[in-house]
Ligand binder design. Structure first.
Ligand code: ATR
Length: 275
C-alpha cells in the first residue's frame, strides 16, 4: 500500500485523511493516507522518518509550509513564488515541493462557484502564508487587477514585488494598499487573514464589495461564518474555503497518482457530513 499523510501542528481536526480516502476509493487507488502531529522543532526529522518508512508523499499544513519548501531538493515555480509548499513528493534521493493551494482556490472560484476571474478586479486581504500561497495562481487566471491589502503594508509590498514579473506577463495589474482607509469596489474579495478565526470581524468596509460580486473566505466551518454573513448583508455571493480544501487535495492527488479525482462529488459529500 502506498503511504501518504498530512503533517501539521495542530492536525487532529484535518479533513485531509477523509478527503484522500474518498478520492482513493472513487478512483480505485491502493493507498493509505494518515495524519501526523509534528512537534515544532521536528519537521525535517519527521519528513526523513516518513521517507524511511516508505512514504510516497505528504501534505503540509500550519505551521510547516515554509520549512517544507526550504527543505525540498526541487521546487515548482508556484511553490517558489509562494515560498511555501503544501505538497511534497518523495522520489529516490529527491524531495519535490509543490503548492496546490492557489490552484485549489482558483478552481473552486471558477468551477465550483462558476465565477470567471478573467478581466475582474480582485481584492486579496492579507499578506501572510495563506495569501502568498494563492497569489501566483490568481494572476494566472488573468484578472484585470489584484489589490493586496494588509494591516502591515511592507508585507504586501514584498509579496507583490515577488510576483511582479509574472503579473506583467499575464497583463494583470498588481497593487498594494494599507487595510485602513481602503476604498473602491471589487468584483471578488478574498479573505486570507486569520481575522475571522480570532473573531476580530471583517477588516474592510462593506463598500469594497460590488453587489453581485463574490466574497470568498479561505476559512470554513464556524470560523468563516462572520465573513459569510457580512458578504450576504452587502449583496455579495458568499463562499467559504471548504471547496478550496477539497480542490487543493485533488491537485495533490493528481500529482501523486496521475489520476484526477471527482472533487465536486467529494465536496458535496463533505458538506453533507459536516452538517
Ligand atoms: P497565514 O499562514 O494564515 O496567512 P500569517 O502568515 O500569520 O498566517 O498571516 C496572517 C495574516 O492575517 C496577515 O496578513 C496578518 O496581517 P499582518 O501581516 O499585518 O500581521 C493578517 N491578520 C491577522 N489578524 C488580523 C487582524 N485582526 N486584522 C487584520 N489583519 C489581520
Amino acid at each position: 500500500l502506498d503511504l501518504y499523510c498530512v503533517m501539521g501542528n495542530p492536525v487532529a481536526h484535518s479533513r485531509s485523511p477523509w478527503i484522500h480516502a474518498r478520492f482513493a476509493e472513487l478512483t480505485g487507488q491502493a493507498m493509505h493516507y494518515g495524519r501526523r502531529h509534528i512537534e515544532l522543532d521536528d519537521f525535517a526529522l519527521a519528513v526523513q522518518t516518513f521517507i524511511q518508512e516508505g512514504g510516497r508523499g505528504c501534505n503540509i499544513t500550519v505551521p510547516f509550509k515554509f520549512e517544507a519548501a526550504a527543505l525540498a531538493t526541487h521546487t515548482s515555480e508556484r511553490a517558489s513564488l509562494a515560498q511555501a509548499s503544501n505538497t511534497l513528493t518523495f522520489q529516490p534521493g529527491q524531495i519535490l515541493a509543490d503548492n496546490t493551494d492557489g490552484a485549489g482556490l482558483v478552481d473552486d472560484i471558477q468551477q465550483g462557484a462558476g465565477f470567471d476571474l478573467q478581466g475582474r478586479r480582485l481584492l486579496l486581504i492579507g499578506a501572510g502564508g495563506a495569501a502568498a500561497g494563492v497569489l501566483g495562481p490568481l494572476i494566472l487566471a488573468r484578472p484585470a487587477s489584484i489589490t493586496v491589502a494588509n494591516r502591515t503594508l511592507p508585507k504586501a509590498t514584498a509579496l507583490v514585488e515577488r510576483h511582479a514579473a509574472l503579473a506583467t506577463l499575464q497583463e494583470t495589474e498588481l497593487l498594494t494598499h494599507d487595510l485602513r482607509g481602503l476604498q473602491g469596489s471589487f468584483d471578488v474579495v478574498i479573505n486570507a487573514t486569520m481575522s475571522s478565526l480570532s473573531g476580530a470581524g471583517v477588516p474592510v468596509a462593506g463598500s469594497t464589495l460590488r453587489p453581485g460580486g463574490l466574497a470568498y473566505d479561505m476559512m470554513y466551518g464556524p470560523a468563516a461564518q462572520g465573513f459569510m454573513t457580512w458578504a450576504r448583508e452587502h449583496g455579495a455571493l458568499p463562499r467559504d474555503g471548504l471547496g478550496m480544501l477539497v480542490r487543493q487535495a485533488a491537485e495533490s492527488f493528481l500529482i501523486w497518482r496521475g489520476v484526477r479525482p471527482p472533487a465536486q462529488q467529494v465536496l458535496a459529500e463533505l458538506r453533507a457530513v459536516m452538517q
